[in-house]
Ligand binder design. Structure first.
Ligand code: OSB
Ligand code: MG
Length: 368
């Protein structure tokens, strides 16, 4: 492979409905599409997952653009690359900025898979032909509204329901959900809204037989999570705290987490995601694939990753129609009864609809 051209497109897509977490509400999704074109004309696609505000991680859409333009693209342009795993090493001198790195690394994985006549799932070593998916539901104005939204998704067949929690939207909300949906797999995601001072409150959640509680404590913590896990019977799942295989090892060794949410962007790309997957598999830590309100291109990468064997828990990658009136890919990602068929076509497995892409492009720059 030799990447001869990279195009960055700044995208802005209106969401069907606002999505609220403990750290803020999203109404429109801004992100960057990365298109990498090889010397032989093969093009690959990736998408950045940072938000326009630094409240989930320190990266933002603007820092992603800066890193891509000023550091990452120059490091891979016109360079001979045998295998996409090398991209991770090429980017290693650059500290963090994982979401910027992952977007271009993902585009290169797509090129590689297409050139080798493989789906991205096959290129990663994945075997599943369909994947189990759940859905993530934001904070609502009233518990009654939440119950009706959950009912709709349970009826659509999603394999587990994740709800966002925050102080004053937690124990009573989960009590209501558990009594309305006694047989549904339910979990809660706090996005770091609590501290160890809330241990007694968090212990009350044990009553509801949740699959797990995701990232209850600080976004960079693994020490307090280990202390909390000793007090809880509900398994803790880390999201924000895990940026690398090293982080995963430390968290597992400390007992800070019993399950890991792998997000390709947060860990710096597919190569690192696979390493974390493999380590967790060897250490009996189940994993699932998280979501970042992605367009179809990010969704396609998530679907491919989830075909690996230790993705034994349903992820957050729901249908394209979860957030978008019209997605950027054809066909769109569709979940039926909580299953997404893994596409067999080469690379990411879906066609990028350039007309739709143009419709949502607000800025564009080519590098060659
Ligand atoms: O913590 O997983 C998270 C959305 C925005 C920011 C953080 C998170 C989420 C989600 C939604 O839970 C996942 C999705 O539907 O893409
Ligand atoms: Mg989360």
């Amino acid at each position: 492979m030799r990447i001869e051209k990279v195009t960055l497109r700044l995208m802005e897509m209106e969401m069907k409905a606002p999505f609220t977490t403990s750290f803020g509400t999203f109404k429109t999704r801004e992100f960057i599409l990365v298109e990498a074109v090889d010397a032989d004309g093969t093009s690959g696609w990736g998408e950045t997952v940072a938000f326009n505000v630094p409240f989930y991680s320190e990266e933002t859409v603007k820092t992603n653009w800066h890193m891509l333009e000023d550091y990452l693209i120059p490091l891979i342009l016109h360079k001979e690359i045998e295998h996409p795993d090398e991209v991770n090493e090429i980017f290693a001198p650059i500290r963090k900025n994982n979401m910027a790195k992952a977007a271009i690394e993902g585009a290169i994985w797509d090129v590689y898979a297409k050139q080798n006549n493989m789906s991205l799932a096959e290129a990663l070593g994945g075997k599943r032909e369909s994947i189990d998916v759940g859905i993530s539901i934001g904070i609502q104005d009233t518990v009654e509204e939440l119950v009706e939204i959950v009912r709709g998704f349970v009826n659509e067949g999603y394999k587990r329901i994740k709800v966002k929690i925050k102080p004053d939207w937690d124990v009573e909300v989960m009590r209501t959900l558990r009594s309305e949906f006694p047989d549904t797999a339910i979990m809660a995601d706090a996005n770091s809204a609590y501290s160890l001072n809330d241990t007694a409150l968090l212990k009350q959640l044990d009553e509801f037989d949740l699959m797990m509680i995701e990232q209850p404590l600080a976004s960079d913590d693994i020490i307090d999570h280990a202390k909390l896990q000793k007090e809880l019977s509900t398994p803790i799942c880390l999201d924000e705290s895990i940026h690398s295989l090293e982080d995963a090892k430390k968290a597992v060794e400390l007992g800070s987490t019993k399950i890991i949410n792998i997000k390709i962007g947060r860990v710096g790309g597919l190569t690192e995601a696979v390493k974390i997957h493999d380590y967790c598999q060897e250490n009996n830590i189940p994993v699932w694939c998280g979501g970042m309100l992605e367009s179809g291109i990010g969704r396609a990468h998530n679907v491919a990753l989830t075909t690996l064997p230790n993705f034994t828990l349903p992820g957050d990658t729901a249908s394209s129609s979860r957030y978008w009136e019209k997605d950027l890919i054809e066909p769109e990602v569709v979940s039926v009864d909580g299953l997404i068929e893994v596409p067999k076509a080469k690379g990411i497995g879906y066609e990028v609809n350039l007309e739709t892409v143009d419709q949502f492009t607000v800025d564009k720059k080519e590098f060659n």
